[in-house]
Design a binder for this molecule. Structure first.
Ligand code: ADP
Length: 447
């Protein structure tokens, strides 16, 4: 029955019953000769009944008690019916919510990955599942309320990573606090305005596989070095003038063996970089570095391009001179190799907003179609295989650049437009910038 119908019926019933009750009391009073007394007593009886019903309703408004039966008819009964309905509905809803909550909890607990909820402000643990307990050596309930970073004693990068709130970059390959042989990865997920969810994954197997792959590549490359040196040596001993019929063949064999040597060297460089967690922190003077880069560019170009070097930042860097030189050289060599004769290559060292610096290598070459840009730093990824081979590329140059930069907490920005040219920029944070002892000169005048 709808609420309005119920109320209308209740009003009608109450009114009729009230009238009948008073009529009866009046009739009885008249028969006994005391009508006023009878009406007064009837009113008293009504008031007493109203108090009793009110008491009953109030008791049922306490949520722990459930109204089981609705008593009688009329307005009080209607009130009880409405309360009963609301109570039943609420109970059903909260039971459904509890069931849902339990199911979510069970799902989170049964997850093969560890899950934790922590406060964003101080990283204190709010909740964790069974897998997280095993992986991180937590104890329930003692660990609740403890800062998560405290479980990773000696691993300051966990604290830094939590403080930075990086949701897009997981923290890879950490030793588990419960067992250092177990390697774990952490990922931050925005969970609510005040909390983070941290997903913990056991990556021991993955890391072992990765290690096997790295060792395999490094070993193969290493093993190839000796036979290649021998082949190279013998090829060098053949004088094309003495065997004119072999000249073309020998030339091609030399080119190919050189390419293979370069490939092996690049693979070894990559393996070495991958195995490293950090590089030496040395002062890197940028003025001589830019001079060297210009010399290399000119040697590669053989006068086919205009090479410009602009030193505008007026500061130096900290990092590994050897590795950064290799990264910058790779970019310069690419710029020359992928720019047709008559083009221009500009090497610019400049400041960027926020206190960092960037070394940008800009060319007016072929450019790269947009769909290739996200993948060009992958190993052996080439936009045009034939053009890369022709120019002596191994397809590993940009992977090396990316690795070197990530070891310097720097990034590679690439902009390119087909037919107009490309800009590859190594962007360094303020932590990598150091004062230059002498003011930077315009290197166009230096060399
Ligand atoms: P490669 O040895 O083939 O040059 P890299 O890793 O250095 O390998 O570069 C990957 C691919 O990116 C290249 O094959 C080329 O297609 C493209 N590329 C790199 N630098 C440039 C550039 N300056 N202009 C146009 N294309 C480029």
């Amino acid at each position: 029955m709808s609420v309005s119908m119920l109320l209308r019926l209740a009003w009608r019933q109450s009114l009729i019953r009230l009238l009948l009750f008073y009529a009866f009391a009046l009739g009885l009073g008249l028969a006994l000769g005391e009508p006023w007394w009878a009406l007064g007593l009837a009113t008293l009886a009504l008031a007493a009944r109203a108090y009793w019903r009110l008491y009953r309703v109030l008791r049922f408004l306490d949520w722990r008690k459930q109204l089981r039966t609705v008593d009688g008819q009329g307005l009080w009964a209607a009130l009880e019916t409405l309360i009963h309905r609301r109570q039943t509905e609420n109970r059903r809803r909260s039971r459904r919510l509890v069931r849902l909550l339990r199911a979510y909890r069970q799902a989170a607990t049964a997850m093969p990955d560890g899950a934790l909820v922590i406060h964003r402000r101080d990283g204190r643990l709010v909740w964790f599942n069974k897998t997280a307990r095993h992986l991180l050596g937590l104890r329930y309930p003692q660990s609740l309320g403890e800062p998560l970073a405290d479980f990773f004693a000696g691993q300051t990068r966990v604290r830094d990573w939590l403080a930075s709130g990086q949701t897009d970059e997981p923290l890879l390959d950490l030793p588990s606090p419960a067992d250092p042989m177990v390697r774990i990865s952490l990922r931050l997920i925005p969970y609510s305005a005040r909390e983070w969810m941290v997903v913990v994954r056991d990556v021991t197997k993955l890391m072992r596989l990765e290690q096997v792959r790295r060792d395999f590549v490094a070993n193969v490359s290493h093993e190839l070095r000796t036979p290649l040196t021998v082949v190279h040596g013998y090829l060098d001993m053949i004088e094309p003038e003495e065997h004119p019929e072999l000249a073309v063949m020998v030339e091609e064999m030399r080119r190919q063996s050189q390419r293979m040597t370069q490939l092996v060297e690049d693979l070894l460089t990559l393996s070495r970089l991958e195995a490293q967690e950090s590089l030496p922190e040395e002062p890197l003077a940028m003025a001589p570095m830019l001079v060297t880069l210009r010399r290399e560019a000119e040697a590669l170009s053989q006068g086919r391009h205009e090479v410009r070097v602009l030193d505008e930042a007026g500061c130096d860097l900290t990092g590994s001179t050897k590795e950064l030189h290799s990264a910058f050289s790779n970019l310069v060599s690419n710029a020359i190799r992928y720019t047709p004769t008559g083009g221009r290559v500009t090497i610019r060292f400049e400041k960027v907003a926020g206190g960092g610096v960037r070394l940008a290598v800009q060319d007016t070459g072929y450019g790269i179609p947009e769909q290739h840009l996200p993948r060009i730093t992958e190993r052996f990824y080439r936009v045009s295989t034939s053009r890369s081979r022709e120019s002596g590329g191994t397809g590993l140059g940009l992977s090396i650049v990316k690795h070197v930069l990530s070891l310097h907490q720097a990034r590679l920005d690439v902009e390119s437009e087909v037919g107009r040219g490309s800009t590859f920029a190594c962007v360094f944070g303020p932590a990598r910038v150091r004062m230059r002892s002498q003011a930077g000169d315009d290197l166009e005048d230096v060399s």
